[in-house]
Design a protein around this ligand. Structure first.
Ligand code: PMP
Length: 361
């Protein structure tokens, strides 16, 4: 293992045990004499592995029986267009919360497929920092085909920790927080996630869809995006990303060995708390999100003097802390601390941050 801790927002760090196993069996998977990338997705051994991965994901999230679990392509943004195509008629209204950069992209994509995208609520500046408007202030539509939100805004580090209480089916973009803690799947109509943070390689996506939402009200849905078609074909309507599916399966098994999502949740809250406590105590670093809305996966932070950003990032990189540069839209720094980031990585980062602060005083 290298001495690097990788805080990239995605594609992100993966469990070392998983990468080792993939390396060990790269040339000869499951005694097949070939790599898992070189065999048919219809091969019984591959199908067995694929179904086991689905079952492991169902076990981890305790997915109720009336939900389909789909393994799709096109990453998170693919789902921005799959969702309206699959569950809203062209003349319908849909409600979206606009809580950050990814919500904004999802809104602009949905506008292509439905008559009206109603932005029901926003982020605002409060006395304790950036926060999401209270549900009492949301402007919900009477007959929305669905309500969409992003519980964890990866760029902004803003999270909505409570599941909204709305009448329409809830659709959630969980690209950056899926599998980070236990979740009540039964509250949702659709949960989707691009894979490259807590699941596996990029370009791959997961959608968990309540069965009563299958069957699009749109006349034309592109077939590879069609939830009903993909469900009927076991997510193999077209050739799936076989390697990503395999790697995701290894990650699911790793999560089970770690103790499942309650244990991951405990560790993730601990990591986030360590970072936020350190930042809040410091005059040198700051985070501008109201503590109630802070992400436990993506921790953006700024230096009091942003002229030091480049120096901070250069020294961090040299010390083995990768991927700390904030998103190009917002600048500053961001530590992404997904499931595969150990507590030791966060503690090492804090020690570096303390040293850097001292070196500047
Ligand atoms: N939603 C969220 C919350 C994300 O963080 C991202 C990617 N960072 C996306 C959607 C887009 O994912 P992709 O690049 O796989 O399309």
């Amino acid at each position: 293992m290298s001495d690097v801790f990788n805080f990239s927002a995605g594609p992100a760090t993966l469990p070392v045990d998983v990468l080792r196993q993939a390396q060990d069996e790269l040339l000869n998977w499951n005694n097949q004499g070939v790599s898992v990338m070189e065999m048919s997705h219809r091969d019984p051994a591959y199908v067995r592995m694929a179904r086991e991965a689905e079952q492991d994901l169902r076990d981890l999230l305790d997915v109720p029986d009336d939900y389909e679990v789909l393994f799709l392509q096109g990453g998170g943004r693919g789902q921005f267009s799959a969702v309206p195509q699959n569950i809203a008629a062209p003349d319908s209204t849909v409600d979206y919360l606009d809580t950050g950069i990814w919500s904004g992209f999802a809104i602009r994509e949905a506008e292509k497929f439905v008559a009206k995208v109603n932005v029901a609520g926003h982020v605002k500046e409060g006395v304790k920092g950036k926060e999401i408007q209270s549900p009492d202030d949301w402007q919900l539509s009477d007959n929305a085909a669905y309500f969409h939100y992003c519980p964890n805004e990866t760029v902004d580090g803003i999270a909505l920790h409570d599941i909204p209480n709305v009448n329409a089916p809830i659709v959630a973009d969980m690209s950056s927080n899926i599998l980070s803690e236990p979740l009540d799947v039964s509250k949702f109509g659709v949960i989707y996630a691009g894979a490259q943070k807590n699941i596996g390689p990029s370009g791959f996506a997961i959608a968990i869809v309540k069965r009563d939402l299958l069957g699009s009200p749109q006349k034309q849905v592109s077939s590879i995006m069609d939830y009903q078609l993909q469900a009927k074909d076991g997510s193999m309507y077209n050739t799936p990303n076989t390697f990503a599916w395999y790697l995701a399966g290894l990650v699911f098994k790793w999560l089970k060995v770690q103790g499942g999502l309650s244990e991951m949740g405990r560790i993730n809250h601990e990591k986030a708390q360590l970072l936020y406590d350190f930042i809040d105590k410091s005059d040198f670093y700051r985070n501008t999100v109201n503590p109630q809305y802070r992400s436990i996966m993506n921790v953006p932070f700024q230096l009091a003097d942003d002229k030091l950003d480049a120096e901070f990032l250069a020294q961090a990189e040299a010390a083995g802390f990768k991927g700390l540069k904030g998103h190009r839209f917002v600048g500053g720094m961001r530590a992404s601390i997904y499931n595969a980031m150990p507590v030791a990585g966060v503690k090492a980062l804090l020690s570096f941050m303390a040293d850097f602060e001292r070196s500047q005083s």
